[in-house]
Design a protein. Structure first.
Length: 90
């Protein structure tokens, strides 16, 4: 689903370059050792994960938190529970 969002942003909705999009997925090949883009696309479970992350995953989360974003696309929000929703808002 995240890759579908990426394709839509690149082909239909904007003229954003692929290099300006970071897709934060469980497979690190999509984001590891790459600069953080202007647009972040991920899933709600990836951003709210409570379990221990890999060092690279934790480093990326810290970069995400340290930056002010205009838009973050969170797919699969409908799978979230209310308490996770409030964790993100707080």
């Amino acid at each position: 689903a995240v890759t579908q969002w990426k394709q839509q942003f690149m082909s239909t909705w904007t003229d954003v370059k692929e290099s300006d999009i970071t897709c934060f997925l469980s497979k690190g090949s999509d984001w590891r050792d790459k600069p953080l883009g202007k647009l972040l696309i991920t899933t709600y479970p990836m951003i709210t994960l409570d379990k221990k992350r890999s060092k690279a995953g934790q480093d990326l989360i810290e970069q995400i938190k340290a930056r002010q974003w205009g838009i973050i696309v969170l797919d699969e929000v409908h799978l979230s529970f209310a308490d996770k929703f409030w964790q993100v808002l707080n």
